[in-house]
Design a protein around this ligand. Structure first.
Ligand SMILES: [Cu+2]
Length: 200
């Protein structure tokens, strides 16, 4: 039973079929854990796998918990306020907006490190964009605020690259419902500076 669920979940993650399936899988794990709490081996296996799941889906950990309160309770907003810091973190990694409505995003770099070593931006990518590939190309685009011209069609919106104490504000509209990734495209940052916008 466990093996089947693990196998299924692995396939699902490989295909990157985001929340819906993750929720099902995590819920299945939870039920499983509850039903065989005494079995050490399976508990360890399931726990570590759940942790991996959380990692693999690029979601905030809270979003992968039982009943998925982060997604469900996330309020629809049209003004996003975001900060980036010297530890390569965004202040928030999950937002929910309404399809077809204008969204304003203000991003501030609250760090102290110089822009050329710890600059940040917000780059919202079209659904289905390969983040790793995008980030790889972005690394080469220093002269363009790390927005790769060759992949500019994959970008829905982006801020400028901002240094300590700086802010940038942008507006954008996402027409279609779905899950959209955003990253900081400064070299090396997308691993930790990434999040999702849910469009309903
Ligand atoms: Cu950054």
């Amino acid at each position: 039973m466990i093996i089947i669920i693990l196998a299924v979940s692995e396939i699902i993650f490989k295909k990157r079929y985001i929340m819906k399936y993750l929720i099902l899988t995590v819920t299945a794990f939870s039920l499983l854990l509850a039903s065989c709490g005494g079995n050490d081996k399976s508990t360890v296996q399931s726990t570590s796998d759940t942790a991996q799941l959380a990692k693999a889906t690029d979601k905030p950990t809270a979003a992968t918990t039982m009943n998925n309160p982060a997604i469900e309770s996330e309020k629809i907003i049209n003004q996003i306020v975001l900060t980036g810091n010297d530890r390569m973190q965004y202040s928030d990694t999950l937002f929910k907006v309404k399809a077809g409505e204008k969204v304003t995003l203000k991003m501030t770099n609250i760090g102290k490190m110089p822009k050329n070593s710890m600059g940040h931006n917000f780059v919202l990518l079209k659904a289905g964009t390969d983040i790793t590939n995008f980030a790889g190309e972005a690394m080469k685009a220093r002269d363009n605020d790390y927005i790769p011209i060759s992949l500019k069609d994959a970008v829905i919106a982006h801020t400028k690259l901002i240094g300590p104490g700086e802010s940038d504000e942008i507006t954008f509209i996402i027409k279609d419902e779905g899950y959209y990734d955003f990253i900081c495209s400064f070299p090396g940052h997308y691993g930790s500076m990434r999040g999702k916008i849910i469009v309903e």
